[in-house]
Design a binder for this molecule. Structure first.
Ligand SMILES: [Zn+2]
Length: 366
């Protein structure tokens, strides 16, 4: 249908274009919902969808593209928008879709009037991707620069509002765990965008926020990988690293150095700790606590029915105490054998080794 737009008499061409626009609007109205959850592997966007966005550009109709951005893009959070947004802005002007782009960053209200999960302030990978395209576009264009800065400022505000100090952050954490926290690739694109527009205040805000929330943005799995993506890129691009990123690099190195200086000490006896919330007052749990407090005892056995064995085993698991359990089935009722381990110390040793490795990697970035 689109190919008919460039052929035939003018009247026929316009008719074909109007039909194509109507069809496109119909497809947009029926587009299925697909929500993004952090941690999911990036899905391949089906070829037909990419084809549709290509055809959409050929229609050269601003309103249909705007409808696509405000309806489909909100509904289908996996959709790659970088190329469409860039091409559409090149054709209609960098500020031609500012309302729709603001809506993409801010999230919206779903069709049923319920808050869309974008209201939970998650920066989607695909939004970070087109923001980066905006930020790194060569040449100066005041409309683009203004809009880019505005969108980046909104992104930072939303990100920092998701902090655990906020009530909203608590609600989100409770309901969704860590699933709505932007991943390291997305954060790295956000910071690259801030470097590209030279926004050092924004860089400081984001890097400080990450450092203040290591539970959400762990040093090993998030901050160091982001630095590893960002610092070499920044050096290559500008020949130097901005002061906020340098300071983040330095404090990450200091933090790891302090961690590495604290060498784990192996347990001196068989006393094993347990959390203060392990308060069950049944005979068996009291017995287990006495066993954990005993510096000499390495193992005990609990001969009892299945319910008790399960209760004790569940507690050992829930409270993550350094105990291995096994079942002796040689006589009835079976016997639960509890043996103390060095699991906590072994974990500390592993973490220590990991921190040593991280420290080397971070030092290599300096
Ligand atoms: Zn108990």
């Amino acid at each position: 249908m689109i190919s008919a737009l460039s052929k035939g008499a003018k009247g026929r061409r316009e008719e074909a274009r109007s039909d194509a626009i109507q069809l496109a609007r119909g497809i947009i109205a029926e587009w299925p919902s697909k929500h993004y959850w952090a941690g999911e592997r990036v899905q391949e966007t089906p070829g037909a969808h990419i084809k549709f966005t290509e055809q959409l550009l050929k229609l050269r109709d601003r309103d249909t593209i705007a409808a696509f951005l405000s309806q489909v893009a909100m509904r289908d959070q996996w959709l790659d928008l970088s190329s469409l947004i860039k091409q559409a802005c090149l054709e209609f002007g960098w500020d031609a879709f500012s309302a729709e782009l603001v809506q993409l960053i801010r999230g919206g209200v779903g069709e049923d009037g319920e808050e869309d999960n974008r209201l939970l302030h998650l920066l989607l990978p695909r939004d970070a991707a087109w923001l980066f395209v905006f930020a790194s576009e060569a040449g100066s264009d005041s409309a683009r620069e203004l809009l880019t800065r505005k969108l980046l400022a909104m992104t930072i505000q939303d990100l920092c509002q998701s902090s655990q100090q906020s009530e909203w952050g608590d609600v989100r954490r409770h309901r969704f765990g860590a699933t709505l926290i932007p991943d390291q690739a997305t954060l790295s694109l956000l910071l690259k965008s801030l470097v590209a527009v030279g926004d050092e205040d924004g860089q400081s805000q984001v890097t400080q926020f990450l450092q203040q929330n290591p539970e959400d943005f762990p040093v090993a799995d998030c901050q160091v990988p982001v630095l590893e993506s960002l610092i070499p890129w920044s050096k290559k691009r500008d020949g130097s690293v901005s002061p906020p990123l340098r300071s983040w690099l330095a404090s990450t190195h200091d933090y790891l150095k302090a961690e590495v200086a604290r060498k784990p000490v192996p347990p001196a006896d068989w006393v094993r700790s347990y959390p203060s919330r392990f308060t069950c007052d049944c005979q068996f749990c009291r017995e287990v606590r006495a066993f954990l407090d005993d510096p000499e005892a390495e193992a005990i056995s609990i001969k009892s029915n299945e319910n008790v064995r399960r209760h004790v085993s569940m507690n050992m698991y829930d409270y993550k105490v350094d105990i291995d359990g096994s079942l002796d089935r040689s006589s009835r009722p079976y016997t639960l054998l509890l043996t103390k381990t060095n699991a906590s110390y072994d974990r500390l040793v592993k973490t220590h080794e990991l921190n040593q490795d991280l420290m080397k990697r971070v030092a290599g970035l300096k």
